[in-house]
Design a protein around this ligand. Sequence first.
Ligand code: TXA
Ligand code: MG
Length: 356
Amino acid sequence: METLRLKVDTANLASEASQSAIARAAEILRGGGTVAFPTETVYGLGANALDVEAVKKIFVAKDRPSWDPLIVHIGEGGMLKHVAAQVTGEAARLVERLTAAFWPGPLTMLLPRSAEIPELVTAGLERVGVRMPAHPVTRALLAAAGVPVAAPSANRFGRTSPTTAEHVAEDLDGRIDAILDAGETTHGVESTVVDVRAEGCVIYRPGVITQEQLAAACGARVWALEGKEEPESAKAAPAPGMGIRHYAPRAKLVLVEGEGRAQMESLAQALRACEAAGDAVGVMLPDEFRSAVAGGQVQVYRWGRLQDAEELAQRLYAGLRELDAAGVTAIVCPMPRAEGIGVAVRDRLLRAANRG
Ligand code: TXA
Ligand code: MG
């Protein structure tokens, strides 16, 4: 099939060109087609979440296994009743607080599935991931479509998530109906996925919203899934996709831990070791470590400042894709500190290196 490219100017959403691109994309969604669209995190590949035939097309286009559930995106609070069943008691209070604090925004909540949502969307699970995106283009698209939109990241299964329309086209051109192109996404890593229970929240996937922010907003305990002490009710439910290579470049990924000068020396050593092993080497190079690369054949991606985890997150996937495209066989990458959004960056890098 031919993939339609629809351009939107985020700064000029009211323009005729932007409006007609959004209207066309919404029409495709309502008609049971597939549209890749920007969000504040990464690009998603959307289809009408209430239409099982449309949802199937997402799995086919991505080569996504049917055990991996999709996140459902809603444009306004009134849509939630079509996606999730009623929550009561303490859990309802937590949902209320989280909604007030983070919606619209990069938080996905796992809630009991409504009967209207096909089982395929949740991979047969009783809970459905729901999020209300903040990106103005996503909001305009969801309002125009008037249906909840199931959307995983718009990449082939297992690959890095796309942060530009070009990334989407690399993976999915000819396999989906349209790409709504609004340039680079804002945060660059995915939403935080959180299971909301009466006892507190369990983070299934670290993301833009941090554990500290969640705890402050909900006033209850927040566990990381990998933690030893999650509540009993969450124990039987490992997050789908744990333990497999995900968010991955084609090249082998070599991660370098540490801090300051010691980390820079380890980085230089890893580069030498890869070169000695005959690899074509690329490096995700933070500004602070520039002197670690002294000539040689190393492909450099200027990543940003190690001190600025937001910037590292925003440029992470673009860097991995750029180095892949340059044909390297090994990518050496320093690990940022496990603070703020750095936790999500570390999580994606560990999974990309198959150590998640
Ligand atoms: O930022 C984001 O979340 C992006 C944008 C497009 O919204 N979406 C995204 O979707 O990253 P995806 O499919 O690439 O990742 C969704 C992950 C699943 O792989 C799974 O780990 C978790 O979210 N998830 C979704 N629904 C779930 C459920 N019902 N139970 C447990 N985990 C779920
Ligand atoms: Mg994904």
